[in-house]
Design a protein around this ligand. Structure first.
Ligand SMILES: [Zn+2]
Length: 509
């Protein structure tokens, strides 16, 4: 867009009743300094590789709170959604630990993401009842069209003599992405536009939208210039954008990075519409450089210790030995590969499953008679991959298998482990021509038919060359509601006795 001079901006946009982003050099009205601090998509409470986690995040919040207090500025902490699921801990307490930890941090606003509904509507209501922070969701209503208890469409926060309006919206694709029951989600953009108008009419000096939305929605909202600032979640991007009128921030995920905008707002006195001018200065805090807050660290460690105890429990006995050595998983059918693929297929009620051998990492042999623990399964499936169910054509299944066999000369993680399929292949043929016959549950594969397939989100998003397994499903870093490891644990625990053997699912001619 054309960059307007300050004078042009003031005259042309004030006429439209909007605020303007200009350096507030001419202090002819009330001024305020505000710092917007954003996190989003927090699944993991511990740090990972020395970065992220709640203890480092708490240290950032406490340092910023002390700074803003000393400088007569205002700190506003926002969580833009996705936090109750999926994680190992959430599988036990359905996200209660997250609400507990965020209750300690005095968030100023939270918007629900799609993952808040992974355990259903009632659990969501329970968690929001436990929350001691404002929950904003202007586009979320009951089936009867009513605002939900403890939810607001927007809130006004006073900063000195200035009023800042915060409008929140939940992820508008939640009905497809998660399990919100009969709750109704309206489109993000029209909801924000309508609420922005209300906020300006009520005299807001700055209008901030907190949205859990995809990239296209965030960009469209920015281009609409209906609000001054957009705080976004869902895409797991470290993203800062500013076109001179509207700004957008997103803070990657898991508090690895925290984005902060320090804004000076000046109310333009004498304007009937209370228009104001403002200018943002952006900061990105890399939490690898932050020393953990001791009190929050103690709480995180308490939760982690509890989780450890929960995973040191036996779930099944092995009737036959199980081999998870890397070389075996990357060169041929493996009993443990069959087991994991069977578990995903069962959890997804799919016709077939394909997983990459590289996703199984224990690299050991379990003797017959071993009592498997939940911990063993976590060690085998350490990546935090999520289960994905999609629909793909028979042709895509062949393409996926060809991709899986394409590097067989030098075993790699893409070697497929399958369920519901019997495949014969010729490893001596050129890559792309190695698959000879494919049977699906006893019938010859129909290239033109659609099949429901289970896989993991790493593959469906293109990992190891398996992008064809997404089918028509839009797969993002946010896709999937259950961890692969948890689906496998449940499957094995239900079986109690595991007698997995190589069955001839993949046969080399
Ligand atoms: Zn999301």
């Amino acid at each position: 867009m054309q960059k307007l001079s300050r004078r042009q901006t003031l005259t042309s946009i004030l006429a439209a009743g909007a605020t303007v982003a200009v350096p507030p050099a001419r202090a002819d009205g009330a001024t305020a300094r505000v710092s917007l601090l954003l996190i989003n998509d927090i699944y993991r409470i511990e740090e990972k590789n020395g970065r992220g986690g709640m203890a480092r995040f708490a240290a950032v919040v406490r340092a910023e709170r002390a700074r803003t207090l000393a400088e007569d500025s205002h700190l506003i902490c926002v969580h833009a959604g996705d936090t109750l699921s999926p994680s190992l801990l959430s599988s036990f307490d359905q996200g209660a630990h997250m609400v507990d930890l965020f209750n300690d941090l005095e968030l100023n606003a939270f918007v629900p993401g799609n993952h808040e509904f992974d355990f259903g509507k009632e659990v969501y209501f329970d968690r929001m009842r436990q929350a001691r922070f404002p929950v904003l969701a202007a586009n979320l209503r009951s089936a009867a069209g009513m605002k939900l208890p403890r939810h607001e469409d927007q809130i006004l926060i006073e900063a000195g003599k200035l009023n800042l309006a915060f409008i929140g919206t939940a992820f508008d694709g939640t009905a497809i992405a998660s399990r919100p029951g009969d709750l109704v989600f309206s489109p993000t953009i029209s909801t924000v536009l309508a609420n922005a108008e209300k906020a300006r009419a009520a005299g807001a000096d700055l209008v901030i939208a907190i949205v859990h939305a995809d990239k296209a929605t965030g960009a469209a909202l920015m281009n609409s210039h209906a609000v001054d600032f957009i705080l976004s979640g869902h895409n797991h991007d470290l993203h800062i954008d500013f076109d001179g009128r509207t700004a957008l921030m997103e803070s990657e995920q898991d508090a690895n990075y925290v984005t902060i905008a320090d804004i000076e707002v000046t109310q333009n006195r004498g304007q009937a519409d209370r228009s104001s001018s403002w200018w943002p200065n952006f900061r990105v805090i890399d939490t690898a450089k932050v020393i953990s807050d001791p009190a929050m660290l103690a709480k995180v460690q308490m939760y982690s210790a509890g989780l450890n105890r929960l995973f040191d429990v036996e779930i099944a006995t092995l009737a036959a030995a199980l081999d998870s050595r890397t070389g075996a998983l990357r060169s041929g059918e493996c009993a443990i590969g069959d087991l994991v693929a069977d578990a995903l297929r069962s959890a997804s009620a799919a016709e077939v499953a394909i997983i990459n051998g590289g996703s199984i990492r224990g690299n050991r042999i379990y003797a017959a008679g071993t009592r498997l623990t939940k911990r063993d399964i976590l060690d085998e499936l350490p990546f935090g991959n999520k289960t994905m169910a999609t629909k793909v054509s028979g042709t895509s299944i062949v393409d996926a298998l060809e991709n899986g066999f394409s590097q067989i000369e030098r075993p790699t993680g893409r070697f497929p482990q399958v369920s519901g399929l019997v495949v014969s292949a010729n490893p001596a043929a050129p890559p792309g021509e190695r698959v000879k016959t494919v049977w699906v549950n006893g019938e010859a594969l129909d290239l033109g038919r659609e099949y429901k397939i289970a896989t993991n989100d790493f593959m469906a998003s293109g990992g190891d060359g398996y992008g064809m397994l997404a089918g028509k499903t839009h797969v993002s870093p946010d896709s999937g509601t259950r961890l692969v490891a948890l689906d496998v644990i449940d499957y094995i625990a239900a079986a109690k006795r595991i007698d997995a053997k190589i069955e001839g699912r993949i046969v080399f001619q």
